[in-house]
Design a protein around this ligand. Structure first.
Ligand code: HAM
Length: 420
């Protein structure tokens, strides 16, 4: 029979898997991020992984790579076109419109899987996890500062290696249009030097050409109009002030060529990169999206947000490796297990800082002790017929050097366990 394998670009994460170290790091990073989000008093939102395809078409933009080439789309049994979410913002906005929350303020966080049909490579997967923030209902200003504070906090608390936050401002719709017109007039004469994709962008979304990886295009652009010349003073002032305020905590660069891959941005945009990551160097990105809610059928609602690529972040974070405090509970005779389980149950209520590993197999004491050593337990609590009869338990120290053991009463064991 043909072996069934996981799909390309999709990982299994669990302790003991072939990428066990990164799996454990990913879980730790997720927990650390949740704690930071909660400390900023954001609340959690969960939206479905599947949505109507139109949601992503209308939000990310018809010509964005995400919608054009990367989206996982299916017809369901009712012939309705549905898609696996490639990102979280569209679902959050759909949800607040549906729940009539589009004229109030909200500060959300989320963590979950996203799907993009990209060519898998280092740091780029077809299923990956994002942790996101969406701040809804606030005009440009305070939320920009709050978001920058949050990003610097994440970078510092997770000891991110070699980070730089790149920031830019895309102006208001009027300046964006003036700049796009100037860019198009400048680039038209170079049409025969542009790729097919770049020509399509020139017609539909000229800003995206700034993102081109083509060396010749970048050379042409170097002499072209710069967004900076078109930006109103107040926009330049805002990004300068954000840089000045937070440079003490993080490395921040203004990058006037920074445009984002999704269509819904206007105003302040940013991306954080690390030299440690290689070609796929962005570990988070986001910006203001004041027109999206209206575009999706809701009210006019200013908003800003960001998403972090968990796998990439976990690769460059150095979280404290505080060891788990594990104690192994071993029963020698299986028919004694009900009593043993009662004792273990009581122990668990006495000290919640301990991971009590109940050995569930019917193997020999020797192999149970081997497992206890393997999982890094500091002690084994061993209980057999004699112990149950005398209301005692054997406490065995599993330190490499020491093989001490001690027979103690239940009460003494409870006291000892509490003190661990
Ligand atoms: P994005 O820049 O498309 O933004 O994605 C955010 C982050 O997700 C990237 O910086 C990267 O770290 C990670 N990422 C993206 N694609 C992949 C992939 N194929 N494999 C691994 N990691 C990946 C958004 O998704 C916006 N929704 C962010 C946002 C929220 N803007 C406003 N609110």
């Amino acid at each position: 029979m043909k072996k069934i394998q996981s799909l390309s670009g999709m990982m299994d994460l669990f302790k003991g898997s072939d990428i066990s170290n990164s799996a454990e790091n990913i879980f730790k990073v997720e927990k650390a991020l949740k704690d930071i989000f909660i400390s900023y008093n954001f609340s959690e939102i969960r939206t479905p992984a599947l949505e109507e395809t139109d949601l992503f078409k209308r939000s990310a933009g018809d010509i964005s790579d995400i919608v054009n080439k990367e989206i996982y789309t299916f017809l369901d049994r009712n012939n309705k076109s549905i898609s696996l979410r490639p990102e979280g913002t569209a679902g959050v906005v759909r949800s607040i419109i549906e729940k009539k929350q589009d004229s109030t303020t909200n500060k959300f966080w989320y963590i979950g899987p996203m799907w993009r049909y990209e060519r898998p490579q280092k740091g780029r997967f077809r299923q990956f996890s994002q942790a996101g923030i969406e701040i809804l209902g606030y005009e440009e200003g305070n939320s920009e500062y709050e978001l920058m504070s949050l990003i610097c906090n994440i970078i510092n608390k997770l000891s991110i290696k070699k980070p730089t936050i790149k920031i830019n401002h895309l102006g208001n719709p009027k300046t964006k249009k003036e700049y796009c017109d100037a860019l198009v007039s400048y680039l038209r004469p170079y049409s025969n030097e542009l790729s097919e994709t770049e020509l399509e962008r020139l017609n539909k979304n000229p800003l995206k050409i700034l993102d081109s990886k083509n060396e010749n295009t970048q050379k042409i652009l170097a002499n072209g109009p710069s967004l900076q010349e078109f930006l109103p003073n107040e926009n330049i002032k805002l990004i300068n002030s954000l840089k000045d305020t937070f440079s003490e905590f993080c490395s921040i660069e203004i990058d006037y060529a920074l445009v984002r891959g999704l269509d819904y941005y206007s105003g302040f945009v940013f991306e954080a990169v690390s030299d440690e990551l290689g070609a796929q160097d962005a570990f988070l990105g986001g910006g203001r999206y004041d027109v999206l809610t209206e575009k999706l059928g809701g009210k006019e609602l200013p908003a800003i947000g960001m998403a972090i690529g968990i796998e990439r972040l976990s690769n460059i974070s150095s979280l404290d490796n505080t060891e788990d405090n594990i104690v192994s509970f071993i029963t020698i005779t299986s028919n004694l297990e009900p009593k043993a389980f009662k004792i273990a149950h009581h122990l668990r209520s006495l000290n919640e800082n301990i991971n009590l590993d109940m050995n569930l197999s019917n193997s020999s004491l020797k192999s149970k002790l081997r497992r206890a050593n393997k999982i890094g337990a500091s002690h084994a609590l061993i209980i057999g017929d004699e112990e149950i009869k005398n209301e005692t338990i054997l406490v065995k120290y599993l330190d490499d050097e020491l093989t001490e053991q001690e027979l103690v009463s239940y009460d003494d064991m409870y006291k000892f366990y509490k003190s661990l």
